[in-house]
Design a protein around this ligand. Structure first.
Ligand SMILES: Nc1ncnc2c1ncn2[C@@H]1O[C@H](COP(=O)(O)OP(=O)(O)OP(=O)(O)O)[C@@H](O)[C@H]1O
Length: 291
């Protein structure tokens, strides 16, 4: 997915059209992201064709699909970075094609994005990277900006002396944590994670999964996570959505994926590199039942 993602991070929503429709008011919608009949293509290459997807508030949704099927394109379309040909995308109940400038700014502040590879600004320290979204959206004194950045750095499990290091001085795992700290800079409700465990060794990947899971629970986050990591899908995802044939072909808990007879899901979840089904590692709901 990295090939199409900006580096360093490009501002999400830059392609949003700013109309005049009002943001839905009243009770908070249960659906954080709603996508309907989405069509995205490049020339003759139709990548997404009639895609529907809901991401519920407070869930971790794992988004899977073969290489080149359009996971990145969907993520970028939701973030307003890739234009669509047709369809409707709502964030927190607001149609992103019809929000005013003020509503757009407010939406942007509710979202954090961790791009694959981190997409940190190489000329800025970790602390300065974390402060980039704060500078864009908040009017903070330097002292408060420093204190807040240090809090985020601590939150993701980095030692405080990492704050003054440049990305080139960090390990792969530290870069991911720094990128996560930046994604959390504005206390978002919705977090986009792009292959967060790729490139980590199994222990580092498991630790990162635990971190995401802990943060999601303690901060009440909704998480949209593109991943190829079966361990993440089993252990931290409430539901999984699978992309194939230009659409979401299945959504549901891991059991739904395991039971599907779609050839791609069969190959992915039961193929040579799949793991043995172990119910004890599946994420459990509050009542102890599988979700
Ligand atoms: N800006 C673009 N211009 C032209 N084609 C594009 C563009 N962005 C993506 N594509 C095409 O869209 C298709 C889907 O690409 P995408 O990067 O979304 O796949 P992916 O599912 O994220 O793959 P991977 O798992 O390998 O990262 C590919 O055929 C890709 O070449």
């Amino acid at each position: 997915m990295q090939k199409n993602l900006p580096s360093p991070v490009k501002k999400p929503f830059t392609l949003l059209r700013r109309g005049s429709a009002r943001v839905a008011r009243g009770a908070a919608p249960e659906i954080a992201i709603s996508v309907r009949d989405l069509i995205v293509g490049f020339g003759d290459n139709l990548v997404l064709n009639g895609l529907d997807l809901d991401v519920r508030r407070g869930e971790v949704l794992g988004f899977v699909g073969g290489s080149g099927t359009g996971k990145s394109v969907l993520t970028r379309a939701i973030l307003g970075l890739t234009p669509k040909r047709a369809g409707r995308i709502e964030l927190f109940g607001s149609d992103i094609d019809h929000v005013s400038r003020a509503e757009y700014d407010a939406l942007e502040r509710r979202i954090g994005v961790m791009f694959q590879g981190g997409a940190l600004f190489s000329g800025l320290t970790v602390k300065q990277n974390v402060q980039v979204p704060m500078r864009e959206h908040l009017k903070l004194s330097p002292r408060l900006a420093d204190e807040l950045a240090m809090l985020k750095i601590e939150l993701v499990g980095l030692s405080l002396d990492a704050a003054d290091k440049f990305p080139s001085e960090l390990s792969g795992g530290m870069i991911k944590r720094a990128a996560l700290a930046r994604a959390l800079a504005l206390d978002p409700e919705l977090l986009f994670l792009d292959e967060p465990t790729s490139g980590l060794d199994p222990i580092g990947a498991a630790e990162f999964d635990d971190l995401i899971s802990t943060l999601q629970k303690t901060l009440g986050l909704t998480v949209f996570m593109v991943t190829h990591d079966l361990d993440s899908l089993y252990s931290i995802c409430d539901r999984i959505a699978a992309l194939a044939d230009e659409k979401v072909i299945a959504t549901g808990p891991i059991e739904t994926m395991l039971a599907s007879d779609h050839p791609w899901l069969q190959a992915y979840f039961h193929g040579k590199r799949a793991r043995q089904f172990d119910p004890s590692v599946i994420k459990r709901g509050a009542n102890g039942a599988g979700l």
